[in-house]
Design a protein around this ligand. Sequence first.
Ligand code: ADP
Length: 472
Amino acid sequence: MEQLSAWQTVRSVWQSATRPHTALVDIEQRRQSRLLAGLTLAMLITTAAATLLLTFASSSGPDATVVVLFVAQVFTLALYLMNRAGHYRLSATLFVGFNFALVHGGTILSNDVAWLLFTGMMLLLSASLMPVRITSLLFLSSIVLQIALHTLHPMRTEFSSLGPIIITIITGSMVLVFMNHRAGLESERRAELSETNRLLRESEIELEKRVIERTQELVIANEKAESARQRAEQADQIKSQFLASMSHELRTPLNAILTFSELMAVGTFGPVNDEQIDYLQKSMQSGKHLLSLINDVLDITKIQAGMMKLFIEDDFSVIIEVNTVAVSAEKLLRDKPVKLVLDIDRDFPPIACDKRRVRQVLLNLMSNAVKFTEEGTITLSAKKREKEVLFAVIDTGPGIAPQQQGIIFEPFVQTETGIRHAGGSGLGLPISKRLVAAHQGRLWVESEIGQGAAFFFTLPYQSLLGSGEHSV
Ligand code: ADP
């Protein structure tokens, strides 16, 4: 672990010591500058080590080699600093030129053909740091110089071996071929890349165009939907207001008809015979049915128009109300072979609610149970829960299929069983559900076809609505 971090430290020191100058932006030049910095730094380190070794090894003080090494160090340091200062071109030219001079100058000064073997290395350095044409120039110059050595040098017999010149030709050609290959490959890749970029740009433009088109379509569609929604809302509002006022207008004369019929039936306006009483009672029955229908229509339109009002009182007694509803249900049962069962807990806390509306819900559930149950039992229960009271009306009637249990809470929806029992409107349950929800309670059904139906609803003991009038 420690070794690794030491290695990482060396790496990061090396990287910052060879980092190219910020003025260099071309990727290739940045890499070349980094390479040159690395080479010069490595040379500095090795020559410094060699100088130290030679100085300590000789007892007679620094000799000529040490001096040469020192000069080489100063030169390399100058190249390094020049490169780091952003003068990469100049530094690289001097570095390659120095190598060229070293190889050929070394040969001439020392009369040693072995120096020429470094020509290949020099060309390789040039290929890595300079443009191809410079390397080609150096290659040709090397060959010309070596031929000149063979033919013109006063000590040309010393250079009789053709080995170095052959090696120079082979390695130089290889370096040039390789460089050419690399340059060709790179230009092909660049062409490929720019073609891909072009295609990408084209598809980007196409995509942008499509996005703009789609966005415009979407904006238009949204505007249409919004104006349709507003029109529908307006129409709904107008319909609700119309129904509410119509229902009101209908109720007043109907109540008058009912009152006068009743007064007539009890003989207030003179004697009536049995047949007349019978007809009067029938017309009163029809009138009452019509009145309840109008009341339901009025309720649902008020709810839908947000005009329903609740009158919250905080003294609703569960036991009293459930018993009152049970008495009404008994009357509705008449001679049906159906038993009414009451299952009520004791000691309910008083509940804050709109008494008339809660009674309406209970009565609606009970009248449905009575209407649809031909035999068996109807259970009316009220149970204490932690924060609410749970009411239930459970019958042994025909039940409701699961797929119809959702739709029966929609206004004016009746199941086939409902349609068969004439007299329904399909409004009782939707009104009840919304009234319970307005009290922050829940109303739901559990049933299976042929297994009877169980309607439940809850009312919280503590209503969020305080006493008084509330719009819902
Ligand atoms: P209505 O009873 O006036 O038709 P409701 O909204 O009260 O309207 O009920 C809607 C429908 O739900 C009824 O038509 C009937 O099909 C079904 N339904 C309600 N209560 C029961 C029940 N206890 N048993 C079977 N079906 C019921």
